[in-house]
Design a binder for this molecule. Structure first.
Ligand code: FE2
Length: 246
């Protein structure tokens, strides 16, 4: 059992973002400031969480309207913004699908504001029809999909050199267990703000950065005509792992 953690191919640090991102002081509070202590994994860490899909509501794959949040318990009105469809496969380090795994999703509304007390000082409006988070479940091929509205960019305050975070989507993934937990961010292809984002560009390896940027899906390949589509495969661990993004 104590050899289990070593069977995963280690990732190259150059494919990962800096722990401390210059100009974004909040990153300091979200990462370990001391070296890691190597210890054997416990049985729970290797095998859990079990049946997470039964414990959490994974049927929250339409973030564009609140489930049951409208009148008479019906789904709420649609949030403002461009409808998007995001899909991809969740893969393990060897390319095998990670099945029946919950992906949690959260992002800012179309104006660039989060529903969170830390964003109370935002100059941008809230959207009463956008709650900002959801969940979906991977299928037998490791495929996931969700509908949402495209998030807006927002400025990073508290720094003399103010800068914009480009539109991005936060993701939390358990993979096949706690040992493959991944918190990352997905970016949109071709956005001019990507080039100046300090989190994305703190990943030294260009291939690592590419793994965080989705690709457009041709309209004819989309399941419906009212969405802009983005494809984004995620690898939970190993040398080709999708970079962390906190
Ligand atoms: Fe964000």
């Amino acid at each position: 059992m104590d050899k289990l953690p070593n069977r995963f191919a280690p990732y190259d640090d150059r494919t990962q973002p800096a722990f401390k991102v210059e100009g974004y002081k909040e990153t300091i509070t979200r990462v370990p400031m001391q070296g890691f202590y190597k210890r054997p994994a416990t049985l729970t860490e290797v095998t859990g969480p079990l049946n997470l899909a039964r414990k959490l509501d994974a049927d929250l794959s339409d973030l564009s309207r609140a489930k049951g949040g409208g009148r008479d318990g019906k789904d709420g009105a649609r949030a403002m913004g461009q409808l998007i469809f995001v899909t991809g496969r969740l893969l393990d380090e060897d390319g095998s699908p990670v099945r029946n795994s919950i992906i949690e999703v959260w992002h800012a509304n179309s104006a660039g504001r989060y529903i969170h007390k830390m964003d109370a000082g935002s100059p941008f409006p809230e959207d009463p029809n956008f709650f900002g988070s959801g969940r979906c479940l991977t299928d037998h091929e490791g495929r996931y999909q969700y509908i949402s509205i495209k998030p807006g960019a927002y400025p990073v305050p508290n720094h003399p050199q103010r800068w914009w975070r480009p539109p991005h989507i936060h993701l939390s993934i358990f993979g096949s267990g706690f040992m493959s937990r991944l918190v990352t961010q997905m970016f949109f292809p071709g956005d001019p703000l990507n080039a100046q984002d300090r989190i994305l560009n703190s990943v030294p390896d260009p291939k690592g950065r590419e793994r965080m940027i989705s690709r457009p899906i041709p309209m004819m390949e989309l399941p419906r005509a009212d969405v802009v589509g983005f494809a984004h495969d995620i690898v939970v661990r190993g040398s080709r792992a999708t970079p962390m993004g906190i």
